[in-house]
Design a protein around this ligand. Structure first.
Ligand SMILES: Cc1cc2nc3c(=O)[nH]c(=O)nc-3n(C[C@H](O)[C@H](O)[C@H](O)COP(=O)(O)OP(=O)(O)OC[C@H]3O[C@@H](n4cnc5c(N)ncnc54)[C@H](O)[C@@H]3O)c2cc1C
Length: 449
């Protein structure tokens, strides 16, 4: 029986461990913290269990929904409530876009998101393409075509929601490949699909945190599998054809090794085995974010008037200089949250983009104060929340900067020179949960063939 060590018990590490166990390997999962799940985490606000990390996954990709089905977890979809953009002093409807690149300029004009000058520039579309084999930033391309105001007021808040990053640095090929096709077609007037559109997002009923919890339970039931907590891996060395991994309790030896950790710890762990990979890994930047989850009384008329507006929340363009970058009205977006709230409306604000780490280095109370001030300005909400929980995600989101795909190809090539070693997780082929799961399947498969 082959033995494997998986470092990191985020969703990627848990999935890789499951695949390896399924193939008959004995598996030791080393998790640095006291819990599994990584960025998928549950928390409790005023006694209501909700996600305090990732809250949804793309439904269009198969990997997340297939995994949930395999684990017997029921899926739900968001309600029909739609997001707003809080800009130019109003909550405005979000028009149809591909990550902020507008698909319907009349709808964009009606939304009032752009000034009249910005709108005139957007209508004056310039041809802008990405040459074969090259990469460009999303902001540069959309700015060339539609003008900077579209980047500042639409692309930034949408990309900020996924990457907490800056549009003028994020790679079009890695982050929004559909945009490359639209630019090549030189036509953004994509028709609205006829009939009922399939849902774009899904979540596990009761919270995405249930996904790693189910994986953990599944692994616990398998002979030859162990998940060890508070067991950070601090070094890796070659031992014959296998690996020695240093943990606080001593060295663990295995034939196969999967590193399912963020880029910085992965770089440290591969520094000796694959120095070229480490060189590229340390160049992947990370954005820190914080989420404040707030619960309000649903029977307070002031709360109802401000929050029951048919919106699933709002995005905030950085150009408007607010502290929060988005708010998700979880009670309106997810029926399960409304039901679980039982008399409470639960919502969350998110703060922090790449390069804004200093703004998060303040006490929790300050983040809550900033959230309440922005919520009041955006919605008129003046009521006090019944409870608030702040969850910080230091180094939470990898930045897919221009050239990211080439960087990942170089990392993979360097890792492939070390037989028995694989890497996976959010740093490589997509930060979303399905892409992360896919990278774990690929990592495990590469070791099993
Ligand atoms: C606030 C937030 C909201 C998000 N929302 C969504 C969303 O709604 N939908 C979506 O699809 N994606 C979302 N994402 C992204 C997605 O959640 C993550 O990209 C994904 O969960 C990452 O999984 P992972 O396994 O690669 O890494 P992680 O979840 O980061 O797990 C890595 C694990 O490795 C452990 N570790 C680190 N170093 C060591 C070491 N030396 N030894 C042992 N263990 C170590 C860590 O403790 C951690 O448990 C969100 C991310 C954040 C931060």
């Amino acid at each position: 029986m082959r033995s494997a060590i998986v470092v990191g018990a985020g969703v990627a590490g848990l999935v890789a461990a499951r695949d390896l166990a399924e193939a008959g390997a004995s598996v030791l999962v080393l998790e640095g913290s006291d819990r599994a799940g990584g960025k998928l985490r549950g928390g409790s606000v005023a006694g209501v269990s909700v996600d305090v990390g990732a809250e949804a996954m793309l439904h269009r990709r198969p990997e997340g929904i297939a995994l949930a089905a395999d684990l017997g977890l029921p899926l739900v979809h968001p309600t029909s409530a739609t997001s707003r953009v809080w800009t130019r002093d109003a909550l405005r409807p979000l028009p149809r876009t591909v990550m902020g690149a507008p698909l319907d300029l009349d709808q964009l004009e009606e939304s009032g998101i752009l000034s009249s000058e910005g709108m005139a520039r957007a209508r004056h579309q310039f041809v802008s393409t990405v040459p074969e084999g090259s990469d460009e930033s999303v902001g540069f391309l959309v700015g060339n075509r539609f003008g900077d105001e579209v980047v500042d007021r639409l692309v930034e808040p949408l990309l900020g929601g996924v990457y907490a990053g800056q549009a003028r640095h994020i790679s079009v090929r890695s982050a929004v490949p559909q945009l490359v096709d639209l630019l090549a077609r030189n036509d953004f007037s994509l028709p609205v699909p006829a009939g009922e559109a399939p849902p774009v997002f899904a979540a596990v009923d009761g919270g995405m945190w249930r996904l790693p919890a189910a994986l953990e339970a599944d692994l616990a039931g398998r002979p030859g599998v162990e998940i060890r907590y508070d067991a950070p891996a601090s070094a890796v060395r070659r031992t014959g054809s296998g690996f020695g991994v240093t943990t606080p309790a001593g060295e663990e030896i295995a034939d196969l090794l999967v590193l399912a950790t963020p880029a910085a710890p992965t770089a440290r762990l591969v520094a000796e085995l694959a120095p070229a990979a480490a060189d590229d890994l340390v160049r992947i930047g990370y954005a820190s974010v914080a989420l404040a989850t707030l619960a309000y009384r649903a029977d307070d008329p002031a709360v109802v008037e401000a929050l029951e507006i048919g919106a699933s929340g709002f995005l905030v363009p950085p150009v408007d200089g607010r502290r929060v970058k988005a708010s998700t009205f979880s009670f309106a977006k997810w029926d399960w949250v409304r039901a679980a709230g039982d008399g409470l409306l639960v919502l969350r604000t998110s703060l922090g983009r790449f390069g804004e780490e200093a703004t998060l280095q303040v006490p929790d109370e300050e983040l809550v104060r900033a959230s309440l001030a922005d919520l009041a300005d955006a919605t008129g909400l003046r009521a006090e929340p019944v409870d608030v929980v702040v969850q910080r995600w230091g180094g939470g989101l990898p930045q897919y900067w221009v050239g990211h795909a080439d960087r990942v190809a170089r990392i993979r090539a360097a890792v492939a020179t070390v037989p028995g070693l694989a890497v996976c997780g959010a740093s490589y082929d997509g930060v979303g949960i399905p892409a992360t799961i896919a990278s774990a399947h690929t990592a495990a498969a590469s070791l099993l063939t």
